[in-house]
Each structure stands twice: as C-alpha cells, then as structure tokens.
Design a protein around this ligand. Structure first.
Ligand code: FAD
Length: 383
C-alpha cells in the first residue's frame, strides 16, 4: 500500500493523464505528471491535428466530479443530430433523440487538454514536467528514464501510470519485459483534416449538427468550432487507386471533391492547400492484457485500449477509466495492488465492447446513414 506521502507518476499529460492527476491529488497523493511535448498552452497546434471531439455525458460526468464541466461546456457546441449530405440534393437532418433535446458536444481537444492542464497545475501536490519523454521503465522498482532537452534523467515513483496514448511507451516497456501482450489492428483507412472557415462572419453550415458526407468507401464529417469554423475530417483508404495519394495535383483534388463532395467546394476556399499539406493520420484498435503489473505499473485511456474514432467515445471512455480507478481506490482503501486488478476487471469488457461498436459504426456512418431503409427506420423510431 502506498501512503499519501508517496509519489505517483503519471506518464502523458493528455486528456486521461491530466484528469488522473486531478483525481489523485484530490485523494491526497503527490503526483508527478511527465509529458514528452513542451507545454501546449504556450505553443502552436500541429497543422492538421486540431481534432475536435464529441464529448458526451460519459465524459462530462468525469469533468463534473472535479468541477470543470461548466468551464468546458462554455466553449462547447451542442450537436443535436446528424446532418447527412448526399451528393445531390438537400442535406437531411436526423435527430439523436425523439424529443430533440439530447446532444453531444463539439469541443476542441486542445482546449480541453489545456483546461485540464490548468486544473492539474492549480492543485497542490501536482508537479508537471514537460519535455520528458519516457524511454525506459523498470517495472520492479518504478524507475523511469526520460529523454529531456538536458539529456537523460531518471526518476522513481511508488506507482507508475501509463496515460501516454495509443503508442504508449509504458505499454511498450511492459511488452519488452515480457509482462504484457498487445495487439495493434490498424485500419487500412487514414484521416485528413480540412477546414470550412466562417462565411460572412457566421457558420457556413448548421452548427447544431454533426455533418456527415457518407460516400461508401470514403466518408467526411464536420464538427463546429466556437470561432464559427468547422473542422472536417476526411476518412479514406491509405492505399490503392481510390485513396489519399491518388489525388496528386490541385486539379485532381478539385475534380474529386467537385464529383463527390460538391457542396463543400464553395465552403472550403483552402481545400487544395489543406489537402496537400495536412498529414494523413492512422487509425487503429489497441488491445493489451494485463493492464497492470503487481499493482506498481498500470495503463489507462488509449494506452490500454485505443479505439477507432467512429463512435466518438475514445476520450469519453478514457475519462470513465479515471472515474472507475478512483472508485476502485476508494473500495480498496488505496491499496494499489488490489485496486489496479479490480480496475482492469471492471473496465476491460467495456473497452472491448466500445472498440467493436466503433468499428461497426464506421460502416453505418460511411454507408448506411444515407440509405433510404436506414432513414425510414429512424423515422419509425422517432414516431
Ligand atoms: P492522448 O490524448 O493521446 O494523450 C497521451 C499523451 O501522452 C500525449 O500528451 C502525448 O504527448 C503523451 N506521451 C506519449 N508518449 C509519451 C512518452 N513516451 N513520454 C511522455 N509522454 C508521452 N474521442 C471522443 O471521445 N470523441 C470524439 O469525437 C473523438 N474523435 C476523435 C477523432 C479523431 C480523428 C481521433 C484520432 C481521435 C478521436 N477521439 C475521440 C479519441 C480521443 O482523441 C482519444 O481517445 C483521447 O485523446 C485519449 O486520451 P489519452 O489521454 O488516453 O491519450
């Protein structure tokens, strides 16, 4: 059992890591939060990696518990349904609920991360070390090695929590020590961000909806931002003739979008520049087991169970992890050797369920939402 004087290390100051630091500090722990990047509050967002999230009640519940929900929701835009854009004809709205009052919330991942960083830094007992990339871990002693601009440094903690995302270095260290097995299933689809700027100072599309352009082998979505722009995410195969690399010139890009996404052309003046310069992100599902070793090293969030983004639940699920870990610590009187296995036992089945649902929803979003049968079924459900 650790005492309130022992330090817990959280590797990764992303969404799950910052929230974990907040919850642990509230329990009386000293927390060291290590992040490989510089402080994002002082830097610029990497091009094409802005990502806006659909934050749902699952995630909001976690924020509410640390009193951050109202601040985060002040910048959120509620989306009450899907707006389906056919190739020809008017877009059609499909409400998420019969009453029309239920919504998911569009929020910038960067802004959410910054709010969580602010909340963590404001708590006594939380120390954040930026520019610290974990490159080594001894699971038996909790000794960690970090690469920093000043060279390699070592630190030790009573418990090390890996909240370092889908490519988790903590998970990699456990695999390297033969203590964990992982599977990484990459989709043959990638994603690229495009932007719809404000039009005449206002939103160019209805901001109350998550916009979807279902095109069978490809799909595009757009979520509204507080500055009245939309961030579009285009999902397309990474290889083959109908794939990102097949559009090699500005003319080919314009031709393709005019054919498949004609209503986007007048709304996206920077389409060609965005397309040519924004990176293609990879998508995949990470499974690992176990999620902890001897109550000394644990994984949570994407580090334990990254999923494809088509259900909009990766961050929501990571936030739920943190709430459940807190609950397990309560129930186990802060005995980490009991709490971490209990956490895995309660969360692993849920993580697997949402991983499968997210893959299934990709087929629904890119294809079925546009079918007359699907739309008729929705009308019956809402009648
Ligand atoms: P991350 O947010 O990846 O944070 C990990 C942190 O660890 C980062 O800060 C990273 O720099 C740091 N790190 C990595 N390696 C090291 C190291 N070696 N040493 C130190 N630090 C390290 N989720 C939703 O809920 N709703 C959505 O609508 C949604 N849409 C998405 C759309 C796209 C295109 C994508 C790609 C994802 C989407 N997600 C969505 C998923 C969501 O972004 C992730 O599930 C969430 O960010 C996971 O949080 P995390 O803290 O576990 O990992």
């Amino acid at each position: 059992m650790t005492t309130e004087h022992e330090e817990i290390a959280v590797v990764g100051a992303g969404l799950a890591g910052c929230l974990t630091a907040c919850f642990l500090a509230r329990r009386g722990y000293r927390v060291a939060l290590y992040e490989r990047r510089p402080d994002p509050r002082t830097g610029r967002i990497e091009r094409g990696r802005s990502i806006n999230l659909a934050l749902s009640e699952r995630g909001l519940d976690a924020l509410r518990r640390i009193g951050l929900d109202e601040q985060v929701m002040a910048d959120a835009l509620p989306m009450r349904g899907r707006m389906i854009h056919p190739v020809a004809g008017e877009p059609q709205f499909q409400s998420y609920s019969a009453s029309g009052d239920r919504a998911i919330n569009s929020i910038s991942r960067g802004a959410l991360n910054n709010a969580l960083l602010d909340a963590a830094s404001a708590l006594p007992g939380v120390r954040i070390a930026f520019d610290h990339r974990l490159v080594g871990l001894d699971p038996a002693t909790g000794e960690m090695t970090f690469e920093t601009p000043q060279g390699k440094v070592t630190e030790t903690a009573a418990v090390v929590l890996g909240a370092d995302g889908a490519g988790s270095a903590v998970r990699g260290q456990l695999v390297g020590h033969g203590l964990l097995t992982e599977s990484l299933d990459f989709l043959d689809y990638g994603y690229k961000e495009l932007t719809i700027p404000p039009l005449g100072g206002d939103f160019a599309l209805d901001p109350d909806a998550l916009h979807i352009w279902p095109r069978g082998t490809s799909m595009m979505i757009a979520l509204p931002n507080p500055d009245r722009s939309f961030t579009c995410t285009l999902f397309w195969p990474t290889h083959g003739t109908a794939a990102f690399a097949s559009l090699g010139s500005p003319a080919a890009i314009e031709r393709h979008f005019a054919e498949h996404y004609p209503d986007l052309i007048p709304l996206a003046p920077n389409l060609v520049d965005d397309y040519q310069h924004n990176p293609v992100g990879v998508l995949g599902t990470v499974r690992s087991t176990p999620w902890q070793v001897d109550g000394r090293v644990g994984l949570l969030g994407d580090a334990a169970h990254a999923i494809v983004p088509f259900y909009g639940q990766g961050a929501n699920c990571a936030f739920e992890d943190v709430v459940e870990l807190d609950r397990c610590l309560d129930e186990c009187a802060d005995d980490w050797a009991a709490a971490l296995p209990l956490f895995q036992q309660r969360r692993q089945g849920n993580a697997e369920a949402i991983a499968r649902m997210a893959l299934t929803n990709f087929v629904e979003m890119r294809d079925k939402v546009a079918s007359p049968l699907f739309q008729a079924r929705k009308r019956v459900e809402h009648a």
